[in-house]
Design a protein around this ligand. Structure first.
Ligand code: ADP
Length: 187
């Protein structure tokens, strides 16, 4: 495919503002924002077979299995709207998922261009998480999500740093400032 495609991963803890920024950035870059969390919540809301499989795991703050996520993401990234690139929010979240994403991109004849890491101090994360609390989120589940993030996902920062793909952005600023910094980081 001709040069113009852009493949970006957004990495950051729960509460870092990834979802909001993914939407804003995708609009600016004219690529779809693909949020695995949103996709799974939609599946649960629709009562689909996928939704039934992931509902309990999501409610507990744990991760859906790498195998199931691989199917979900592979199907999604094969769709026509991803031909010019995409912005992934919420995937990969584990070391195994980084490998799966590489394999999917390989099959498509593409590669990852940037991994934007949104960093936000821990106490700000907890504050934001409590503010935006969804109905079914107890403080316990929020803490569990942060714990899973630290154990499973945070190590990906070093992985992508070594790969030369990591772009760090300070997420502890106004939404507009963060969007501008993200755009600057991938120019
Ligand atoms: P958060 O609310 O922490 O920002 P998301 O909205 O991205 O998280 O995702 C909500 C939930 O969906 C996660 O806690 C997890 O159970 C599931 N999920 C989303 N993406 C993935 C993934 N890549 N691997 C495993 N589980 C995922």
């Amino acid at each position: 495919m001709a040069g113009g495609s852009l493949h970006v991963v957004l990495l950051g803890p729960p509460g870092s503002g990834k979802g909001t920024q993914a939407e804003r950035l995708a609009a600016k870059l004219s690529v779809p924002a693909i949020s695995t969390g949103e996709m799974l919540r939609a599946a649960v809301a629709q009562g689909s077979a996928l939704g039934a499989r992931v509902e309990g795991v999501m409610a507990s703050g744990q991760l859906v299995s790498d195998e199931l996520m691989a199917e979900v993401v592979q199907d999604r990234l094969a769709k026509d709207d991803c031909k010019g690139g995409f912005l992934l929010d919420g995937y990969p979240r584990t070391a195994a998922q980084t490998q799966t994403l590489d394999d999917i991109l390989d099959d498509l004849g593409e590669r990852l261009d940037h991994v934007i890491y949104l960093s936000v101090p821990e106490e700000e994360l907890v504050r934001r998480a409590l503010l935006r609390q969804r109905d079914d989120d107890t403080e316990e589940v929020i803490q569990e999500r942060l714990r899973v993030y630290r154990n499973e996902t945070e190590p990906l920062v070093a992985h992508y740093e070594q790969a030369g793909l990591l772009r760090r952005v300070d997420g502890d600023r106004s939404m507009d400032e963060v969007t501008a910094a993200m755009l600057e980081a991938i120019r």
